[in-house]
Design a protein around this ligand. Structure first.
Ligand code: IMP
Ligand code: MG
Length: 177
């Protein structure tokens, strides 16, 4: 049986401050332009909701979602992507920002990135709220990272364990007992 422990890893105020900073940086980088934000569901939906509201109103933003997961194990070096739900519009010629909740092995993100690249966007950058450095297997260049965290299983702010705890306002460490 697992439950969310009382150990808060990242308090709500810290998340809000950092996401605002990321939005400000993105606003600078895309000033005068437009942006197609592509979220990988389900974990990224709360992060995206806050992030896009931190992006300057002068930037034309549209949002797309993809439901995807990657299958792979320690003996397989690249993940096979399973897309449950694809984007609703083409991204060819667009400035795309791919948004993930957390990067662990990098397999999911690497596979989604390659798929999006093959659709010829004008540019493609990646934002992740959390990055676990220690267990990365596939190198994926992240353009915007919220927090680097130790190799722990975390929940909250959109991140789940068995579909639960997404509603927590802060990021907590999942305890086993
Ligand atoms: P990766 O393909 O190993 O990088 O795994 C990334 C995906 O696994 C994320 O999009 C999450 O859905 C999930 N994941 C990895 N680590 C955690 C965690 O600590 N808490 C919740 N979900 C996680
Ligand atoms: Mg995910």
């Amino acid at each position: 049986m697992k439950r969310a422990s009382s150990a808060v890893l990242i308090p709500e105020a810290d998340i809000q401050r950092r996401v605002s900073e990321m939005g400000a940086q993105i606003s600078q980088d895309y000033a005068g332009g437009s942006l197609t934000v592509v979220g990988v569901l389900k974990g990224s939906f709360i992060f995206i909701a806050d992030l896009i509201r931190s992006i300057d109103a002068s930037i034309l933003v549209d949002v797309e979602f993809m439901t995807a997961s990657s299958y792979g194990d320690a003996t397989v070096s690249s993940g096979e992507l399973h897309i449950e739900q694809d984007l609703s519009a083409p991204i060819s010629g667009k400035d795309v920002l791919l948004v993930e909740d957390i990067v662990d092995s990098g397999l999911t993100l690497g596979a989604v990135r390659d798929l999006l690249k093959s659709r010829n966007p004008r540019s493609l950058r990646i934002a992740a709220l959390l990055e676990k450095e220690s267990s990365r297997r596939q190198p994926v260049v992240l353009d915007y990272v919220g927090f680097h965290i130790p190799d722990l299983f975390v929940v909250g702010y959109g991140l789940d364990f068995a579909q639960h705890y997404r509603n927590l306002k802060e990021v907590r460490i999942l305890d086993s007992e």
